[in-house]
Write a protein that binds this ligand. Structure first.
Ligand code: ZN
Length: 135
């Protein structure tokens, strides 16, 4: 556990390291949702993964690449993520732009949907009302 990730001590290590392909759900693995720098996944991403599976089905069962899932505070700061980013809580994923339309993401149950400058689509399962934005 990296010393710059005190949040892990609070939440406990839910999954410490990348596991087998499909160990979270039929199509998603711990490795894909883990922090890119440390490989850790200390939060429960099952709610997020449920909706990623729904999105994948809605979009014709095409392979869905996860560009960014859970982020540690250190990783989030390095990539310029929002201070209270949903990625910090394991509630967000960035997927390749063009994979899904906003309508498809809404049908998959995502409450936060953002277009990231044409290269990625951010989807999240934030509590509370819907959020939409583009950069
Ligand atoms: Zn994002």
């Amino acid at each position: 556990m990296a010393p710059d990730e005190p949040d892990q001590a609070v939440t406990g290590v839910w999954r410490a390291q990348g596991g087998a392909v499909g160990d979270l759900s039929p199509h998603f693995s711990t490795r894909e949702l883990s922090d890119r720098a440390s490989g850790s996944l200390p939060v429960d991403v099952s709610h997020l993964v449920d909706h990623l599976e729904q999105l994948r089905a809605i979009c014709g069962d095409r392979p869905l690449e996860i560009l960014s899932g859970y982020r540690s505070a250190a990783t989030n700061a390095r990539v310029g993520g929002a201070t209270d980013s949903q990625h910090l809580y394991g509630r967000a994923a960035d997927i390749p732009s063009g994979y899904a339309t906003v309508d498809q993401a809404e049908r998959a149950g995502f409450s936060g949907i953002g277009e990231l400058d044409g290269w990625a689509t951010h989807v999240d399962v934030r509590p509370g009302g819907p959020a939409r934005w583009s950069y």
